[in-house]
Write a protein that binds this ligand. Structure first.
Ligand SMILES: [Zn+2]
Ligand SMILES: [Zn+2]
Length: 169
């Protein structure tokens, strides 16, 4: 995702709008693979403040994630704000908040992917009420209820159940 800033970088006070759509290959993220289900679209405004180039706007699209409860793949819509700052070549100080670029193009892809990763849910769920997998037989409880339902799985709970039974007498 390249932004052509050849003219803008020589024009202090000017802004330009960029509308982009790119297909991205799968990205590795904390041990998992993030699959883009369709193009990543970005609507960005790049401004030359005289000292730096700011890139602001939104990026959005669809990802294929796997549900942390039932492990099924599902489509996840994302929309993330983009707010990046790039040092103009002549202003390149050792400012850690600024990213550097050389030539006439800013490659915004790493910053956009990073913003998407930051916005991803810690535990992705296919639906809010996903029933997950049966911890006994492994069937997907969203699709069918297996015979295990109702069985106590946690031994601590069965102890509690015994205690409650005793109380009943
Ligand atoms: Zn699920
Ligand atoms: Zn089961």
């Amino acid at each position: 995702m390249q932004l052509d800033v050849a003219r803008l970088k020589r024009s202090p006070g000017e802004s330009a709008r960029y509308e982009l759509a790119v297909d991205l290959p799968p990205q590795a993220f904390s041990g998992e693979e993030i699959i883009f289900a369709g193009p990543l679209r970005a609507d960005l405004v790049v401004s030359n403040t005289g000292k730096i180039l700011t890139v602001e706007g939104m990026a959005g699209g669809k990802l294929e994630l796997s549900c942390s409860r039932c492990l099924q793949h599902f489509i996840y819509d994302y929309k993330v704000p983009i707010d990046e700052k790039y040092a103009l070549p002549q202003e390149e100080e050792n400012n850690e908040e600024l990213q550097a670029f050389t030539g006439d193009y800013i490659d915004i892809t790493p910053a956009v992917i990073n913003s998407i990763f930051l916005a991803l849910p810690m535990k992705a769920l296919c639906t809010e009420g996903c029933q997950g997998l049966c911890s006994v037989c492994g069937s997907n409880l969203n699709e069918n209820s297996c015979g295990c339902a109702g069985e106590e799985i946690d031994p601590r709970l069965s102890v509690l159940k015994e205690l409650l039974k005793k109380d009943d007498k």
